[in-house]
Write a protein that binds this ligand. Sequence first.
Ligand SMILES: Nc1ncnc2c1ncn2[C@@H]1O[C@H](COP(=O)(O)OP(=O)(O)OP(=O)(O)O)[C@@H](O)[C@H]1O
Length: 296
Amino acid sequence: MTAIEIRNLSKAFGPVRAVDDVSFSVESGTVTGYLGPNGAGKTTTLRCLLGLVTADSGTALVDGRPYTALERPLAEVGAVLEATSFHPGRTARDHLRVICTAAGLPVSRADEALEQVGLADSAGKRVAGFSLGMRQRLALGTATLGHPRVLILDEPANGLDPAGIEWLRGFLRSLAHEQGVAVLVSSHVLSEVQQTVDNVVIIARGRLVHQGSLAELTGNGDRPVRVHAADAARLAPVLEAKGARVEQPQPGVLRVHGVGAETVGQAVLDEGVLVTELVRERSDLQEIFMELTREK
Ligand SMILES: Nc1ncnc2c1ncn2[C@@H]1O[C@H](COP(=O)(O)OP(=O)(O)OP(=O)(O)O)[C@@H](O)[C@H]1O
């Protein structure tokens, strides 16, 4: 089921086209990474989705409606846009209880949510003493208080240490895959979210440059096949005759472009060459991300 739908969304600030004709959707039960370098337009898109900014044109809908038309927004959408400012003198538990009361939720949800975000031990501590990572967790606890079906997070890994990032990964994946929540999470660091997300939407200078599964992004495409063989030089002309472009970066190693690993394997078999390694080179995700978002 489509939970978030952005269609031909555009928003300019003076001469800056922050978001320029962007369309994508997020399905329930999946985590989608919204990726792009600083200033790409991610936050503006999320702010349009949450009714905090009015788009110049296009639509941004949650469950088929604009956010401002949702009847019980807190129970339908959880959002964290920036390390939210909390009342510093209040304890984490009191902070969540105040929101429970305002939103008509049972106050018992406060302790449950603190447990879920790993803050149970700090429930009675004042937020003033919280680290950035603890604030991020508290913001996540706040966003998930009403068991929303849609979760929108802007750079939630900021301030988390590696163990915190690992925890966040598990938290978001279990919300999506076990509870069917649609999660949209922005980041400017692909590697931070690559083990979390099912799908990626990449934006640069306000324009969408890629959307699809992570597998499609890293797909084998035309990655070269690397062959290690003492007699590698004998293989090169055979492969070239099959239409391959062959590089020999060092003696005993070939990088074969333009044909599949099977074709290379067949040539190895036909020539009876002893091979010690034959592998399709892996795509470097960060490299692909940089290439897609590079200033052209
Ligand atoms: N309220 C505003 N007034 C003027 N310009 C703005 C405003 N909000 C955003 N912009 C501009 O719009 C562009 C997109 O900004 P946005 O914050 O959406 O990008 P981002 O992808 O979220 O970046 P970051 O990763 O740095 O948060 C930037 O050039 C930014 O300076």
